[in-house]
Design a protein around this ligand. Structure first.
Ligand code: TYM
Length: 336
């Protein structure tokens, strides 16, 4: 909490463009949580430091971070009401990360499923940053005295370890950190690949038809849904075990159109997969078209984004440094 305001905090890695999974699992929810300005403060990070766990091409990386900033805004987050900032602009993140490293056990980090998945995927670059990634994420969240962390299902374990670290720290030093709760909406929490519906939709998938990208044009989106893998049946029914592909498409349609699974089932009762896939593609394309247009406008206006990036970095620094000073004092570091 800051005063009597609740704090919302989240962010995304600044690598490549976003997928429909990032959008439905996180970004769309951030926008829908934007209503109650008086009651909440919101911080959304461009997590550029987290992105360094993979090798980045410097000029591409800089471009991607700015593109991510523009995508947040284009999706509907007003940067004058939401503190959208670059993680690397607030040095308190890495300072608190080191302190929290010393309150985190290797046994806990060894259990992180994302670390295991990513190490298997990048066996030639299993760096220490990949291993302590969840601690930097805990520092991100705890610096802002966060109450709620809106994320997709795959980040739940990271929010849980953040809570464990915070409780451990508070047990020794008193009430320093707010203990955050994950906020995971059922609809869209885990969007699966369109080609292998038992795997998460991911921007690093090698098959271009597996993921819908936020900047894909309408024809590409419709084509990707047309090619989406389903099963040999014809009934639009929610059954992730038997009908993983169709169930995923139902989740996507439900999340975009704000409909329950039952409502989607009823709407497509008696209609075949072909009509259903076309309807999902059309709904997604209609949702993303205005976002793409706004994105292009934002990138064309350099000074607007530059100003917001600077102002919000200052705001984030102010809140983050307050918590960092408190932590430093509590643990007995000498404050100048
Ligand atoms: P990242 O960049 O991998 O993903 C950003 C957000 O998108 C969600 N997401 C999905 N949701 C549903 N279906 C999918 N297929 C899908 N793919 C991704 C993720 O759950 C996430 O909410 N570690 C974080 C970034 C981070 C962060 C933080 C988040 C760094 N510090 C502090 C919250 C608070 C990450 O890698 O997200």
């Amino acid at each position: 909490m800051i005063g009597d305001k609740k704090i919302l905090y989240s962010g995304m890695q600044a690598t490549g463009t976003l997928t429909l999974g990032n959008y439905l699992g996180a970004l769309k929810n951030w926008v829908s949580l934007s209503g109650d300005e008086e009651e909440c403060e919101r911080f959304y990070g461009i997590m550029d430091l987290h992105s360094l766990t993979l090798r980045q091409n410097p000029s591409e990386f800089r471009k991607n971070a700015r593109s991510l900033y523009a995508l947040y805004v284009a999706a509907g987050l007003d940067p004058e009401k939401n503190c959208i900032y670059y993680q690397s602009h607030v040095s308190a993140h890495t300072e608190l990360c080191w302190i929290l490293d010393c309150f985190t056990y290797m046994g806990e980090l060894n259990r992180m499923t994302q670390f295991k998945d990513k190490s298997a995927k990048h066996a030639d670059n299993i760096n220490a940053g990949l291993y302590t990634y969840p601690v930097l994420m805990a520092a991100d969240i705890l610096l802002y005295q966060t109450d709620l962390v809106p994320v997709g299902e795959d980040q739940k374990q990271h929010v849980e370890i953040c809570r464990d670290i915070a409780v451990r720290f508070n047990n020794i030093y008193g009430d320093v950190f707010t203990i955050p709760e994950p906020y995971i909406r059922k609809e869209g929490a885990r969007i699966m690949s369109l080609q292998e519906p038992d795997r998460k939709m991911s921007k690093s998938d090698e098959n271009p038809n597996a993921a819908v990208m936020l900047l894909d044009d309408t024809d590409t989106i419709i084509r990707k849904f047309k090619r989406a893998v389903t099963d040999s049946g014809s009934e639009v029914r929610y059954d992730p075990a038997e009908k993983a592909g169709v169930s995923n498409l139902m989740d996507i349609y439900g999340a975009v159109c704000k409909k329950t699974r039952d409502e989607v089932e009823k709407e497509f009762d008696g209609k075949g997969y072909k009509d259903f896939k076309f309807a999902v593609g059309e709904a997604v394309a209609n949702e993303l078209a205005p976002l793409r247009q706004r994105y292009a406008e934002l990138l064309a206006d350099k000074s607007y984004l530059d100003l917001r990036i600077k102002e919000n970095a200052e705001k984030a620094r102010y809140f983050a440094n307050k918590t960092l000073r408190k932590v430093q004092k509590k643990i007995g570091l000498t404050i100048l």
